[in-house]
Design a protein around this ligand. Structure first.
Ligand SMILES: *Cc1c(COP(=O)(O)O)cnc(C)c1O
Length: 382
């Protein structure tokens, strides 16, 4: 089976991890801050906080922005459940903003209309989480302008988008947001097995996320509720977690980062071949917004005839093509139905989901494998 996504692990990666295994620190050593500095610098942000996964990063990002009971968080329904769950972890109410039918990202005009209405009703969100679906940045300049007008904070869920660019600058520089979150799960662009990072340009937010990642503990006398009792002393000044990344993982991520640009370039050439080969078929290939250079985590096609999706999906799997579907709209998950959401609430996300199939897309996909995928699709749809 050709998978839809796959990690690439080189001898250099293995050597980097082995060096940590032979060193004094498996965790809480120098590899984590080195990876944080390297990725923050690559992205043009001042601070990076590495954590155990992107879900944890979203959680502590929300907490650092003060999200709590009585507050509202809005995100896209076309995402993995983690982009919404972080709001629930904080006791906030979660709501969704429907997607743009072309980019499949949160629609700016729908967001604006919903904000207008929420302002009248006194139900404005405290935090909005745009999700850079498939690796393509949302229209962050416009979303940021709405944030200034309506007073919400912004966390970019860039789990798909490390290595991508927006208006000529790297995703993750936080020019239009408070915090940007990346995931390093093996299907994503670069991997640490499990892992994530929150980037920010705000030293206070960075310090708070660092504390929340490690139990809410500080060793800084200035932060303490009363005077330090000696060099051994630490204080837990708030309730945090153990969301730490290990040095093994950070060494792997740092080594992978050296190949990030190559990976994204390779994804672009795979996408170009798909775009050209699928042009005659009754489907839509992923639209590329001129403001964005996508990291192309996914290559989602949308079938014109959505009723055919299940048959096409099953036939592709039967032919050894490991397709997938991204995403089942979050509001239609049973947990969110229980919170009051219903089918029909976000029709664009539902329509997109109904016809969506993610084709294999990863840097080591060989030309032969890609032709197998293309041939299989042509046999089914031509
Ligand atoms: C993968 C993913 C996450 C969660 O990442 P983990 O590192 O697995 O916790 C969050 N949001 C989106 C959009 C994702 O694709």
């Amino acid at each position: 089976m050709i998978p839809y996504g796959r990690q690439d692990i080189t001898d250099e990666d293995m050597a980097a991890v082995e060096a940590v295994l032979r060193s004094d620190f498996l965790t809480q050593g120098p590899a984590v801050p080195a990876f944080e500095r390297a990725l923050a610098s690559y992205c043009g942000a001042t601070h990076g906080v590495a954590v155990s996964n992107a879900t944890a990063a979203l959680h502590i990002a929300c907490l650092a922005l003060g999200l709590g009971p009585g507050d509202r968080l809005w995100t896209s329904p076309n995402t993995f459940v983690a982009s919404a769950n972080c709001g629930l972890y904080c006791g906030a109410q979660v709501d969704f903003v429907d997607i743009d039918p072309q980019t499949y990202n949160m629609s700016v005009s729908t967001l604006e209309a919903k904000l207008l209405k929420a302002a009248v009703e006194g139900r404005l969100p405290k935090v909005v989480i745009p999700v850079h679906f498939a690796g393509q940045s949302c229209e962050m300049r416009e979303i940021h302008a709405l944030g200034q007008r309506y007073g919400f904070r912004i966390i970019e869920d860039a789990s798909h988008a490390v290595g991508g660019r927006y208006l000529g600058e790297p995703v993750g520089n936080c020019r239009y947001s408070d915090i940007t979150v990346f995931s390093f799960h093996p299907v994503k662009i670069i991997t640490t097995a499990e892992g994530g990072m929150a980037l920010t340009n705000d030293p206070k937010l960075a310090a708070q996320m660092e504390r929340l990642r490690s139990h809410g503990i500080t060793r800084e006398p200035a932060m303490m509720a009363w005077e330090s009792e000696g060099p051994w002393y630490y204080q837990q000044i708030e309730l945090g977690f153990n969301f730490r990344m290990t040095d093994l993982q950070a060494a792997l991520g740092h080594s992978q980062l050296q190949r990030l640009d190559d990976y994204v370039a390779r994804r672009h050439s795979i996408a170009a071949r798909y775009n050209e080969a699928l042009v005659e078929l009754p489907l839509t290939v992923p639209y590329q917004h001129p403001d964005s250079r996508s990291a192309l985590h996914l290559y989602p096609i949308h079938l014109n005839e959505v009723a055919a999706r299940r048959r096409v999906f099953e036939c592709l799997r039967a032919k050894g093509v490991g397709v997938n579907v991204h995403y089942i709209p979050v509001h239609n998950q049973p947990h969110y139905r229980q919170l009051g959401f219903a089918v029909g609430d976000f029709p664009e996300a539902e329509h997109y989901y109904a016809g969506a199939i993610s084709l294999p897309m990863f840097p080591t996909l060989t030309p032969t494998q890609q032709e197998e995928v293309i041939t299989a699709l042509k046999e089914l749809l031509a």
